[in-house]
Unconditional design. Sequence first.
Length: 339
Amino acid sequence: MTSGSEAATEHGAGEGAGAEAHGGGHGTRAIIAALIANIGIATAKFIAFLVTGASSMLAEAIHSVADSGNQVLLLVGGKRAAREATPEHPFGYGRDRYIYAFIVAIVLFSVGGLFAIYEGVHKLQHPEELTSPGWALGVLVVAIVLESFSLRTAVHETAAVKAPGQSYWRFIRTARQPELPVILLEDIGALTGLVLALLGVGVATLTGNGIYDGLGTVAIGILLVVIAVILAIETKSLLLGESATPEDQRKIVAAIEAGDAVLSIIHMKTLHLGPDELLVAAKVAVGSGQTGEDVARGIDATEERIRAAVPIARVIYLEPDIRRPADPAASAAGAAPGA
């Protein structure tokens, strides 16, 4: 016996609330704040590059353009993920958010990182003295201030959804919602890149040697490649399909085993269909003397408890079974009894 029809009814119910509770709304605010900051910063950097000829300014301008495009991709992914399920895609489009986050990593790697490395190497081979470096220095200082505000927004939004005491690095590694980790890494990379550009332009200005501008540009490119690789690894894991967090799994187990008609789990599997939608499939042991009607009522009540404990658990399949004595041979091999 499964909960397929009831799960279909619940699919999308309370979707806005679930997304907000698990970081969807917070992620959107951080994306918009970063997008506004990057558009302004990119424009200023291009102007500074045209005036000074500093390759690090061009690398930073391309970086900001790539970041702006990435934020647009994240917004598009969030919009497409909200589409209703169809017969061809019965579990909906929640993973679109993962796909677009993965595209962000590729764009950051190719457009941002590789271009900056190429430009930096070219500058090292043909160093030139900077003209009007004050423009570049002024733009970089202003950009650092604006990026600091963008990062502050991302940190504030992340703090509202991450677990108490959880480090930001741990949040990036374990989050099932891709937007905030992407924005956090992008903003940290942008601030670090601006500092590297400031150092490159500053030392090149003091020494009159354009090679330091090239070194700063190469350092920016390497930084972007490293961040892109981290993002690609994390989003690839999400695309392949990750289980519920350990905390949510504990809540689900407790909800299953908490009712009047005592059920116990034989085995359970969970899968994120999207950042804010979880599939739960479990085989549960029921009493041998229960009627089919008793089992059906017990499973319906169990589904309600699961959804109350973990609101993103929207697709639930529970299969009743009778727990059998463990086969000694199976137990020795590590098999789950009754599976």
